[in-house]
Design a protein around this ligand. Structure first.
Ligand code: ADP
Ligand code: MG
Length: 696
């Protein structure tokens, strides 16, 4: 099947082909991304209004939206421009008023002639003791009143589109619903008692009460499942393709690895050994590795990464490790250097800062295979960077990349194995959504002897006390990070806050021992500031969040975070992970600006209670939501329209198992259910997945 299935054509037509939608409305809807009848069907109502007809308004608690049959009484036009035009009406037991502003009298006389019977529906409220309905939503002659839905779905609206239009649009899209063959696992469908897809869509748009718009309504759950299943099918197809791609076989001789292991001043943890074994096995296999290495800050990912790079070198090839920032790339260089010396391999760095002759020389060495391990930023994947024999690409701090970027990356390296590292512990449901195409190694064990970080929550009003403590700690030879927040998302105020704190601390603690590093600094100055702190020449490093990930200064035992309440939990956890890396006990001060909200306090308390990154991440997810957690746009985490990834984590797991099982039995999606699943992919606009099957 190379094109969209014909059954779906009506759903992918222009919106103006729907009854009741003109070009203008179509344009307005398109502005919010609703471009086809299909889009309308997936834009489910978020509430429902009970418009069942009643005899009288008597006895109803106001304000309330209601529907009632009335006899139209006298009209009382507005006294002045902008005044209220009132029409007295009477139901079976009592009377009230219909109120209009800026209405034309001749129009009102036509739709509400005195003495006529009408059904009106709208919000009735009390105003000065009089019940009135301002601008009813519906006014219809009794014989047409059946067109008012008993339960009216409420849609999210675009500017310029009314509920009525949205309703009509959805209804006419429903009229085009094709019956599609079942793609979900039949056992799952019958166990959950799910309707078919078409019935589910219909039911979701015609709720018969509040329960029907809740996430747990069977129709909604089924549609959520379809969404998750399509996503997991895409990931599973990507995984299958990766595995099928002839990878390079990189067989470890162990010669270099052993040298490094023997020289280590410590013993690797069981988790490190397990991860190294999993990676080494993958790299030796003919399928291409596509593996995620997940480990909290300080869990020792660097050693694992280096051992993987050594496999590439032992097999006669090269490895590359890419970090998201310049600082981190340099940090990796520093971390890997002693290991590289033990192994006797050539390690180099390439970043955007390399220019001219020096860059040329590095590229030539890389191409000749004289550089065996390269670390760097995105610069390592520029077009003119060519390797002699690239066998492994490691991407660090991967949460900033999505599935698509991962696929692009692996396309660069002609079958090179891919290892992605993340220090952000993510809850299982998110991991499934984001990394469902990969195999996973987890470093769930920290190197022994790590002292817990004592965490305290302190108000900024106690700044002086904090600085006093700091002064004494510095006299004892300790070092401190001082993190200033990103205020207003604006680089400028971000900077001001850090610069001001820098001046303040310099005045309090003395010249020359306080350093400053921020994102706007020229690179050379940034390096110098980092180096001065790492070398112990500066005792306090005031920083914006550029130090967030990866930086390693074991002698730094104090972490002060200003305005901690505006940081994300995961970010705070990462920042705190900068201390507690040496032999001495460490402290983290979370400073907040009063008043602290209830939620703010709870979040900071979680940090005080635990250093378990996974527990913190789960709490974060609970309190903030998935999109927020990693920043949907930059995370590569898909935006689900119907599924709620926080509350439907279980459904996500089922979807993954189901998708992988379907592909295991029908890798080309040619069976009856496979064909149905293809239709689902089209329906869900999973173009990428569709390409994968047509290519494969
Ligand atoms: P991360 O996972 O955050 O990248 P690193 O690889 O930077 O962690 O390791 C943090 C520190 O722990 C480094 O100083 C490293 O030398 C040390 N380390 C790594 N593995 C062990 C181990 N098994 N035992 C003791 N120390 C270790
Ligand atoms: Mg690291």
């Amino acid at each position: 099947m190379s094109g969209r299935p014909e059954q779906l054509f009506p759903l992918f037509a222009g919106l103006e082909t729907l009854d009741g939608i003109g070009p203008k409305t179509a344009r307005l809807l398109a502005q919010t991304g609703l471009e086809t009848p299909r889009d309308l069907l997936f834009a489910l109502p978020y509430a429902v209004v009970d418009r069942r007809r009643r005899d009288t308004i008597r006895g109803v608690d106001l304000p309330k939206t209601l529907t009632v049959e009335v006899t139209v009484g006298a009209h009382r036009p507005a006294h002045n421009r902008g005044g209220a035009y009132r029409i007295f009406v009477q139901d079976s037991q009592t009377d009230f008023q219909l109120v209009f502003f800026h209405a034309r009298a001749d129009y009102l006389k036509k739709v509400l002639p005195e003495g006529a019977r009408r059904v009106v529906s709208g919000k009735l409220e009390l105003f000065d003791g009089t019940a009135q309905m301002v601008h009813p939503d519906h006014i219809l002659p009794v014989e047409q009143a059946h067109s008012i839905p008993e339960f009216e779905p409420v849609y999210h609206l675009t500017q310029g589109v009314t509920q009525k239009t949205a309703y009509k649009a959805a209804q006419s899209a429903l009229a085009r619903l094709p019956d599609l063959a079942e793609w979900a696992d039949p056992a799952q469908v019958s166990r959950q008692n799910w309707p078919t897809w078409a019935d589910a869509v219909r039911a979701a748009h015609t709720p018969q009460g509040a329960d029907d718009v809740a996430a747990f309504a069977p129709a909604r759950e089924r549609l959520a499942y379809d969404e998750l299943f399509a996503h997991q099918l895409t990931l599973a197809l990507a995984r299958l393709r990766e595995r099928k791609t002839r990878g390079t076989i990189s067989v470890a001789t162990g010669a270099l690895q052993t040298r490094v292991m023997d020289a280590l001043p410590y013993k690797p943890t069981g988790a490190q050994l397990r991860a190294i074994r999993e990676i080494t096995e993958d790299m030796g296999a003919p399928t291409r590795m596509n593996r995620l290495l997940q480990g909290d800050v300080g869990s020792g990912k660097t050693l694992v990464a280096f051992m993987a790079l050594l496999v590439a070198v032992e097999a006669g090839g090269q490895g590359v490790m890419m970090a998201p920032t310049e600082i981190l790339a340099r940090q990796h260089l520093e971390g890997l250097r002693p290991l590289a010396e033990d192994a006797g391999v050539v390690l180099e760095i390439l970043t955007g800062r390399d220019k001219g002759a020096e860059r040329k020389a590095k590229l030539a060495a890389l191409k000749a295979g004289d550089i065996q391990i390269l670390v760097g930023t995105h610069a390592v994947f520029q077009n003119d960077v060519a390797f002699h024999d690239l066998r492994l690409a490691i991407v660090d701090e991967q949460h900033r990349f999505g599935v698509r970027q991962r696929m692009e990356l692996s396309e660069k390296g002609q079958g090179a194995d891919v290892l992605v590292m993340t220090a952000t512990p993510i809850p299982r449901s998110l991991a499934l959504a984001q990394y469902g195409d990969m195999d996973v190694s987890v470093l769930d064990e920290k190197p022994p002897g790590r002292k817990p970080v004592k965490t305290a929550i302190v108000s900024t009003s106690r700044m002086e006390e904090v600085v006093d403590h700091l002064r004494r700690a510095i006299e004892d030879g300790k070092q401190c990070y001082w993190v200033c927040p990103l205020v207003d998302e604006s680089e400028v105020s971000d900077l001001t806050a850090a610069e001001e704190r820098f001046k303040h601390l310099r005045a309090q603690l003395g010249d020359g021992i306080v350093g400053l590093v921020h994102g706007q600094m020229p690179p050379a100055e940034k390096d110098a500031a980092m180096a001065a702190f790492q070398g112990g020449r500066t005792k306090v490093l005031v920083a914006t969040t550029v130090i967030e990930v990866g930086v390693n200064v074991p002698n730094a035992t104090i972490m002060v975070i200003e305005r901690a309440e505006i940081f994300g939990l995961a970010q705070l956890h990462q920042l705190r992970g900068r201390v507690g890396r040496g032999h001495d006990a460490s402290t983290c001060l979370l400073m907040y600006q009063a008043p602290l909200s209830e939620g703010g306090r709870r979040r900071l308390e979680v940090l005080r209670e635990t250093e378990d990154g996974f527990r913190i991440a789960e709490t974060d997810l609970e309190m903030r939501g998935a999109g927020d957690l990693i920043g949907t746009a930059q995370s590569g985490l898909p935006r689900f329209q119907i599924a709620d990834i926080e509350r439907q984590a279980g459904l996500m797991a089922v979807a993954q198992t189901d998708a992988r099982a379907l592909l295991a039995s029908d890798p080309k999606l040619t069976s009856e259910r496979g064909q149905a699943a293809r239709v689902l992919l089209w329906l869900m606009k999973q173009d990428q997945a569709i390409r994968l099957i047509s290519v494969g």
